[in-house]
Design a protein around this ligand. Structure first.
Ligand SMILES: NC(=O)c1ccc[n+]([C@@H]2O[C@H](COP(=O)([O-])OP(=O)(O)OC[C@H]3O[C@@H](n4cnc5c(N)ncnc54)[C@H](OP(=O)(O)O)[C@@H]3O)[C@@H](O)[C@H]2O)c1
Length: 344
């Protein structure tokens, strides 16, 4: 059997990071926008907090702003944001030929279901990226800023060449595990991502937010809602951090002096780091809120539960999206946030 080629569709932070790792061992093409394609052809360095480094440079003919007309025997890594997924699937629909596998890499809930609607005859897998990747313009580097590897749904039918293709991503910079419980992993990752909305609303660096007990209490309440829905749906959340999923709200509610000691890994972040959702608002872009906090209510309704706090937080983020201008907005502390959310 001939090897699979790889195609990254949506070459931004995650797409360029994954594609540059795949490119160390296999043939890869990139579909994306500027300035990312120029960055790739000029050369990027992949780095992480542990000091690993890997250089990568793509050739001009590997990069394109449009999806190729006929794609065959290719693993297509869909790395656009949820907000661009539907239009990208429509563009991809008529271009997939024989033996293609499409991998949805979006955070949140719902991307694989949407992909299945547009590509019913294609082998679809879900992947969850467990780490954060940021762009460091001074070093032209894609920096893996947190711990966490890549989880890829185990294909239902074992095919050695496909398994090999999926393992092509593995590198000291990113561990890869093929998993049967990818849906549960998506829920566990969403539990961690619920805090992005609070970071966006309070307009503070992630670290400052985490050191404010009232902010942590709000995040813990958001997580309580998710844990209740996951339990009602019979989803056992795998552990993605040092603590099991159900203990995270307990940790967040501790007094700050104790939280500092026990959550040192969580606080091991750049003083000025902000969530990607905060950056979306700062750049006047649509956020992924509907697929994160905003998606929970749909799944809760199916098991006769609701997620009122996640709904309120979703509404606040959507108000920020609608306001467009980021300049005039102030900084909130946790107590004011609680007041705005009608919490004691
Ligand atoms: N960044 C992280 O650390 C991280 C970690 C884990 C998971 N994730 C998830 O991974 C997904 C991707 O996130 P990201 O941070 O990599 O986003 P990103 O940096 O915005 O990358 C997506 C890129 O795809 C481009 N794009 C959109 N539609 C396209 C199309 N039809 N054809 C070609 N390119 C297209 C976008 O361009 P425009 O901006 O012009 O639309 C953007 O450059 C999200 O669901 C995110 O939640 C991200």
């Amino acid at each position: 059997m001939t090897e699979y080629r790889h195609l990254i569709v949506g070459s931004g932070l995650i797409g360029c990071f994954l594609g540059s790792l795949i490119g160390q061992r296999a043939q890869v093409g990139f579909v994306g926008r500027e300035p990312w394609l120029t960055r790739l052809t000029q050369g990027v360095t992949l780095t992480d907090y542990a000091g690993h480094e890997q250089a990568y440079q793509a050739a001009e003919n590997q990069c394109s702003t449009v999806i190729p007309n006929l794609i065959t025997r290719t693993v297509v890594w869909l790395t656009v944001k949820n907000t661009a997924l539907e239009s990208t699937l429509k563009a991809l629909q008529s271009k997939l030929g024989e033996h293609c596998v499409v991998i949805c890499c979006q955070n949140g809930l719902g991307a694989p279901d949407m992909a299945r609607r547009y590509l019913p005859a294609v082998t679809l897998l879900q992947a969850i990226v467990g780490c954060n990747v940021v762009w460091d313009a001074t070093r032209c580097s894609l920096h893996k800023a947190t711990q966490g590897g890549m989880y890829i749904e185990q294909p239902h039918h074992f095919e050695p060449t496909l398994n090999q293709a999926l393992q092509n991503i593995a590198h000291p910079l990113l561990t890869v595990s093929l998993r049967h419980d990818i849906q549960a992993i998506a829920w566990a990752k969403l539990q961690l991502n619920l805090a992005n909305s609070i970071n966006t609303i309070v307009n503070q660096p992630v670290k400052t937010m985490l050191l404010d007990k009232a902010c942590r209490e709000v995040i813990a309440l958001l997580m309580d809602e998710l844990l209740a829905v996951a339990a009602a749906r019979g989803i056992r959340l795998p552990r993605l951090t040092r603590l099991p999923a159900r203990w995270l709200p307990v940790l967040l509610r501790l007094p700050t002096w104790l939280f500092r000691r026990l959550a040192s890994a969580m606080l091991h972040i750049d003083d000025n780091a902000r969530s990607s959702m905060w950056w979306d608002i700062a750049q006047g872009k649509q956020t992924e809120i509907d697929y994160l906090n905003g998606a929970l209510n749909h799944y809760a309704g199916q098991v006769r539960l609701s997620c009122p706090l996640n709904n309120k937080v979703t509404a606040l983020v959507k108000a920020l999206e609608a306001a467009k201008s980021d300049e005039s907005r102030g900084i909130l502390d946790g107590k004011t946030l609680k007041y705005r959310l009608h919490l004691k």
